[in-house]
Write a protein that binds this ligand. Structure first.
Ligand code: CMP
Length: 150
C-alpha cells in the first residue's frame, strides 16, 4: 500500500472541477483517507514547492497556489503514487495522454489543475506538510455502511 498527496489547484476549484477530478481517482479504486478545502499560505507554499526555488516560474507558482482555495487529499492504494500520476497525465498538458485529467481539462503547464507527489519520499514529506497523522482515516477499521439495518 502507498499513500500520496493530491492538490486540486485553485484553477480547478474555480472552474468547478473538484467533483470531476475526485471522481476519476475514486473510480480507479483509490481510497480517500484525508481531504480538506483550504487556503495555502505563502510559508506552506514555499515549503511544499521548495525544490523549485530559484527557477524562473517559482514566484508565479507561489502566487498561483496561494491565490484561492485548493482541495488537498491523501489517496491510498497499491502503487498510489504512480496511479495518481498516470491519472493526472504529464505535467505539460500538451504532452498528457488523452483521457487523463490534464489532457482533458488543461492547456498550460502553469495552470495544470492538479498536483500529485512524484515519489515515495516526496509523498511522505508532502503528506506531513498538510495533514496530521490523526487526520488520516484507517478504512480497515470501519464497518460497511451500505448494509441495511433494522
Ligand atoms: P506540479 O505537479 O504541481 O509541480 C510543480 C509545478 O510547477 C507544476 O505542477 C507546474 O504547475 C509548475 N511548473 C513546472 N514547470 C513550469 C514552467 N515551466 N512554467 C510554469 N509552471 C511550471
Amino acid at each position: 500500500m502507498e499513500r500520496t498527496l493530491v492538490i486540486i489547484k485553485p484553477d480547478a476549484v474555480q472552474r468547478g472541477l473538484i467533483g470531476e477530478i475526485t471522481t476519476r481517482f475514486e473510480r480507479r479504486g483509490l481510497k480517500i483517507i484525508g481531504m480538506k478545502l483550504m487556503l495555502i499560505d505563502e510559508k506552506l507554499a514555499r515549503r511544499h514547492y521548495g525544490v523549485h526555488e530559484g527557477k524562473p516560474f517559482f514566484e508565479g507558482l507561489i502566487r498561483y497556489i496561494t491565490s484561492a482555495p485548493v482541495v488537498v487529499m491523501v489517496l491510498e492504494g497499491p502503487n498510489a503514487i504512480e496511479m495518481v500520476r498516470r491519472t493526472m497525465g504529464a505535467t505539460k498538458p500538451l504532452e498528457a495522454n488523452p483521457g487523463t485529467i490534464r489532457a482533458d481539462y488543461a492547456v498550460t503547464i502553469g495552470r495544470n489543475l492538479v498536483h500529485g507527489s512524484d515519489g515515495p519520499e516526496t509523498a511522505v514529506r508532502e503528506i506531513s506538510l498538510f495533514f496530521a497523522e490523526n487526520e488520516l482515516i484507517s478504512w480497515d477499521r470501519c464497518t460497511d455502511a451500505w448494509t441495511f439495518e433494522e
